[in-house]
Design a protein around this ligand. Structure first.
Ligand SMILES: Cc1cc2nc3c(=O)[nH]c(=O)nc-3n(C[C@H](O)[C@H](O)[C@H](O)COP(=O)(O)O)c2cc1C
Length: 345
């Protein structure tokens, strides 16, 4: 029975960050495996990307479990993979509160959290104690706000977290750390990617980009990613643009996610697909709310998808529902695997 529609009105009465904190605390009480029966394994949903076997292509995007507190629980809820972080080398408190806003009328979220996290050391300890619930865990790394050498922070993240991550994400696309997105610029990007590769990690490295890009950016970023053996590009983070919105909180500063991000993130994905011609796997994120959205994104070239905001509105059962919907789609189309559907738009 779906519990979420019953408790959602109570959750929505709380301040958004408080509600999030309470959700994490509630999930933490259910430790270990067996929190909820693992969803039935569906071989046709299995997807091999960057040498990793994802049990299904639906992932939990970075930002929900920044400190790697409830990874097992989220995998048990049916996500094929969960991305912890963004984690910075040193703990930091992030921006002043309030900094997280639900835009219910728009099925959207605005956040200006600013990489609040307990730091990589704390997460490392938790990740070392992982049970082995089916599914993969990525670790998304970033730079401290007051860092004097941001590239060194990414190098440190990749080096420090490699042993406990199935993959690492270099996140240069959060809008809430001033100047961070400048790392997407040509010279800086080349320098950054060369530096993180030099660490010599045996884990695949993914690059997460913003949806707010100039015309020529996808081509340039794809080239740099391929040159530096980046294993996949995650498209995309939140947007600093403001499509028309109805909710009273629409004027809040920060990154916008959820339904209004969908056209932008989708367009960005298509541009990256055109620029890469399938040479590098893409992960589609932004406004994915149901199996149709996930299916469209896969057909447009995404090998995997991720979501966050829709879980606020639809509850934690969303991963299972999307996975089931994708299985039904494959059967209807007479396809045997997700890989067959990628880029068939
Ligand atoms: C509250 C919140 C915090 C987030 N924090 C991070 C983060 O720390 N690192 C990151 O790479 N993305 C972060 N994101 C972005 C998401 O991972 C995702 O790229 C974006 O929200 C678009 O997906 P969605 O529309 O399904 O939410 C955050 C998003 C939200 C809503």
């Amino acid at each position: 029975m779906a519990l979420y529609p019953i408790i959602k009105p109570f959750i929505f009465r709380l301040d958004a960050e408080r509600a999030h904190r309470m959700t994490i605390s509630a999930l933490k009480m259910r430790t270990g495996t067996g929190f909820t029966p693992e969803p039935p394994y569906t071989p046709m949903l299995e997807m091999r990307v960057a040498g990793l076997d994802f049990p299904n292509p639906v992932g939990l995007a970075a930002g929900f479990d920044k400190d790697a507190e409830v990874l097992e629980q989220m995998l048990s809820l049916g996500f094929g993979f969960v991305e912890a972080g963004t984690l910075t080398p040193r703990p930091q408190s992030g921006n002043p509160k309030p900094r997280l806003f639900r835009l219910a009328e728009d099925r959207a979220v605005i956040n200006r959290m600013g990489f609040n996290n307990q730091g990589q050391q704390a997460a490392l300890g938790r990740l070392e104690k992982r049970y082995k619930t089916r599914g993969l865990v990525g670790v998304n790394v970033g730079a401290n706000k007051d860092s004097t050498d941001r590239i060194a922070d990414y190098v440190q993240g990749v080096r420090f977290m490699s042993g406990v991550a199935d993959y690492l994400t270099v996140n240069i696309s959060s809008p809430n750390t001033p100047g961070l997105r400048a790392l997407q610029d040509q010279g800086a990007l080349e320098e950054l990617l060369a530096a993180v590769r030099e660490v010599g990690s045996d884990k695949p490295i993914f690059l997460k980009v913003a949806p707010d890009l100039d015309q020529s950016d996808p081509e340039r970023i794809v080239r740099a990613a391929i040159d530096h053996r980046i294993a996949a590009i995650i498209v995309s983070n939140t947007t600093v643009s403001r499509p028309p919105l109805k909710s009273p909180q629409r004027g809040e500063a920060g990154g916008l996610s959820g339904k209004p991000l969908k056209p932008l993130a989708f367009d960005a994905l298509r541009r990256f697909r055109r620029a890469s011609c399938g040479e590098i796997p893409l992960i589609g994120v932004g406004g994915i709310e149901n199996a149709d959205d996930a299916w469209e994104r896969i057909r447009a070239g995404a090998s995997l998808v991720q979501l966050y905001s829709a879980m606020v509105y639809e509850g934690p059962g969303i991963a299972r529902r999307i996975a089931r919907g994708l299985t039904a789609r494959l059967k209807r189309e007479g396809m045997r695997s997700i890989a067959e559907a990628v880029g068939t738009e």
